[in-house]
Design a protein around this ligand. Structure first.
Ligand SMILES: Nc1ncnc2c1ncn2[C@@H]1O[C@H](COP(=O)(O)OP(=O)(O)OP(=O)(O)O)[C@@H](O)[C@H]1O
Length: 714
């Protein structure tokens, strides 16, 4: 286990006590009293008036304050109470992650004593929990960008708080640029109106006399308040943001609630999974009560540690077995993610195995111990090769601080860093902005839809490389989303921008309505939007392979996914008479027997209903190609032509767009029986360059269906 000395100390302390345990026993009234007391004890509470004044004085404000000091939950309430929601305006708070938006909104609704969706609500992709009463709205940064498509001046908002800005997600970065221009536009239009008002009141007595005109004018005037923008985090370099916003004011909130002692290892840990496991059990057996949060790099790793925890528990004496493991990662459906927030059964300790999804913003009640191996899985995109790689890299200092900050929120905590202190010293201060390492097609499509034609001229806080912009523009042009002069095409580009999907998937849906196979494509896109439908336990590899074959389509992985989805439909329809619980139980059993991840399939079914609604609203024709699966394969070729590959003599493939030599992923139906030509969904580099989700196509279709690319090149 890690050893060392405490590093963080509290400057503000409140009496010890486990709020959530107490809460359960209290009635609603005393619960509210307790919440009110808790609110008062937060470090931010002592500076509430000052913060409100700062927001009143400055249009842009940067707030840096310790983790857990109360920024996310309290500031919106201070602003609401100070009258920032007059005229029915909203305070919007963006989060980089869905789970944070949902859980923080729930907490704030509870603190305000209202039902979620009334005064306090949240909105995330595929889920809206707001109403006409909502004034404090938590949402993902991506969602606010989408809102700007419909309301370019974000006129419903008086304040926007961009929380956890240190994460520098591509959405946060673009949002900052957009908010800067919205602020500008709103101030200008306000000045114009002010001038008009002055002129009119000076020269035009009629205005005062004409009640209707005056009322109209006032309405117009009041609708255009300046947009207040607040940028927040516990770990951001205020200087960068301040410079970007023309010397915006930055304030620091002092103090944290409870101390978190930091421990480092004395030696380098070569096997961090083994070290994590050892630390979990050392805490469990030697430390006092309190739950554990472990940061791992991905689903596979989480599932393997979960299995190892269960195995090791079997070897412990009966009185030491009271430990439950729960996991959280981004591809889990929201309702499954929420399980980590439920208390452990009485007398049990909970260990949460999480990716960096639980790194910022969230408070998980009961967490006292953090285990941080110091690693994260990050996506890197090479625009020249069109190659995405998933690489495990060291975290930044900012991330380490955020991770330790998940403890010390309800009482003192401990953070075990499974690396040496001098290793920590070598970590980058902050995380490399995502915009510098991701495929930009999606974001460029959205910017175009927002009317930003000159992407290179857009005021990014940090500009992506020119080659990344050019490559993405080229891709969008080839997909038909842009015209020759790089404007959004009508209707295809506009329709693509309306769908909350990767441009290539949106294009596949639009084309599918022409190929009469939108029903199959909707299923395919939904199934591809979740991590992995099939799983194969180590001890049942052969059995799971045989079961998977029963769904396999000779055309490839896409129709195999369609077969799984339809089989689940059939299964559920036959049990439509059962109660919801019984049906769900039967569904899970069926999934288990078929080596299907029930959580992923449930999630895919939800996504399917959402995007089906989207395409219906757009007026696309939803029809099935029935047995004419060739139509579906041709449609895949017409949409994924940029991802076509040809078999090489030695059995590998050459990706036609970039010449990369790639292998078929072992999970594919074509792993052994390889067709001459295929299209794939993903090209990912892990230990090799793999293509995943493939369908057999005829090479000649490419020139016929995508002449814009193949007729020129070949
Ligand atoms: N869901 C919750 N359950 C229990 N306590 C909570 C919950 N959410 C917040 N709290 C309490 O409110 C405090 C302030 O939380 P808040 O999220 O506002 O802090 P923050 O300053 O935004 O932290 P961070 O920078 O880590 O996001 C927490 O430390 C915790 O004590």
């Amino acid at each position: 286990m890690a050893q060392g000395q405490g590093r963080l100390n509290s400057s503000t302390k409140i009496p010890k006590g486990n709020l959530s345990d107490g809460n359960r026993k209290l009635d609603a009234f005393s619960k509210r009293q307790m919440l009110a007391q808790h609110r008062k004890s937060l470090p931010i509470a002592s500076v509430d008036k000052r913060l409100v004044e700062e927001v009143q004085k400055h249009d842009t404000l940067i707030i840096v304050g310790e983790t857990g000091s109360g920024k996310t939950t309290q500031l919106p309430q201070f602003l609401y109470n100070a009258g920032f929601c007059g005229d029915g305006k909203l305070i919007g708070i963006t989060q980089p992650r869905r789970v944070a938006a949902v859980t923080v909104a729930k907490r704030v609704a509870e603190e305000c004593g209202v039902n979620l969706g009334e005064k306090v609500g949240y909105s995330i992709r595929f889920e809206d929990m707001t109403s006409s009463l909502t004034r404090i709205k938590y949402m993902t940064d991506g969602l606010l960008l989408r809102e700007a498509l419909l309301d370019p001046h974000l006129s419903r908002y008086s304040v926007i708080i961009v929380d956890e800005a240190h994460e520098r997600t591509v959405h946060t970065d673009v949002l900052l640029g957009l908010l800067k221009s919205v602020q500008d536009a709103r101030s200008k239009s306000l000045n114009n109106l002010q001038n008009t008002k002055n002129k009119k009141t000076n020269n035009d007595i009629q205005l005062k006399e004409n009640g209707a005109q005056c009322l109209n004018f006032l309405k117009q005037y009041q609708g255009r308040t300046p947009l207040k923008l607040i940028i927040m985090s516990a770990s951001l370099d205020a200087r960068i943001f301040s410079e970007y916003f023309g010397g915006a004011r930055a304030v620091h909130i002092q103090g944290r609630q409870f101390p978190v002692d930091i421990f480092y290892t004395l030696h380098v840990e070569n096997d961090y999974l083994d070290a994590s496991l050892a630390t979990i059990f050392q805490i469990h057996l030697e430390e006092g009560p309190g739950d554990i949060l472990v940061f791992l790099t991905g689903q596979e790793e989480i599932e393997s540690v979960e299995r190892l925890v269960k195995e090791r528990l079997k070897q412990l004496p009966e009185n030491s077995k009271k430990l439950v493991a729960v996991s959280i990662f981004s591809s889990l459906p929201s309702e499954q993610q929420m399980r980590v927030f439920a208390p452990a059964p009485p007398g049990f300790r909970k260990v949460i195995l999480a990716t960096n999804i639980a790194e910022t913003s969230v408070t998980i009640s009961g967490i006292k111990y953090i285990i941080d191996p110091g690693l994260v899985k990050a996506r890197y995109y090479d625009p020249n090769k069109g190659l995405e790689s998933l690489v495990v890299v060291p975290i930044s200092k900012a991330q380490a601080l955020q991770r330790s900050g998940r403890a010390g929120r309800e009482g003192p905590g401990k953070c075990f860093r499974l690396y040496q202190e001098d290793q920590f010293g070598k970590f980058e201060d902050s995380t490399k902005p995502e915009i510098k390492r991701c495929n930009l097609s999606n974001i460029i499509l959205q910017l175009k839809a927002l009317g930003v034609d000159d992407i290179s001229g857009f005021d990014f806080i940090e500009k992506p490389t020119r080659s990344a912009i050019v490559k993405s523009l080229e891709q969008l042009f080839l997909l038909g989303a842009l015209t020759d002069d790089c404007k959004l095409s009508n209707p295809v580009g506009r329709q693509m921008a309306c769908l909350p999907l990767d441009p290539i998937y949106s294009k596949a849906l639009i084309l599918a309505s022409e190929f009469n196979c939108l029903e199959e494509m909707l299923i395919t896109v939904a199934m591809l939007s979740v991590e992995s439908i099939f799983y194969s336990p180590r001890d049942k590899k052969e059995e799971s392979r045989t079961t998977k074959k029963s769904f396999a389509s000779p055309e490839g992985d896409h129709l195999t996914l369609v077969n799984v989805y339809r089989a689940s439909n059939e299964f559920l329809e036959k049990r439509s008479g059962l109660s919801k619980e019984k049906r769900e139980k039967a569904f899970r059993k069926w999934c288990k027997e078929n080596f299907i991840d029930s959580r992923s399939l449930r999630h895919a079914r939800d996504i399917h209903s959402q995007i089906r609604r989207n395409v219906e609203q757009m007026g696309l024709r939803v029809a099935s190609c029935g047995d004419d699966v060739l139509q579906f394969c041709r449609c895949l070729a017409a949409s994924f032509f940029l991802n076509a590959a040809l078999k090489q003599p030695e059995g590998s493939y050459r990706a036609l767009a970039n010449g990369e030599i790639v292998s078929i992923h072992p999970s594919s139906v074509f792993f052994k029986n390889k067709p001459e030509c295929l299209i794939f969904n993903e090209l990912v580099e892990t230990n090799r360059k793999y293509i995943r989700n493939t369908t057999r196509i005829d090479y000649l279709w490419l020139t016929e269906l995508a002449p814009q690319f193949y007729a020129v090149q070949n």
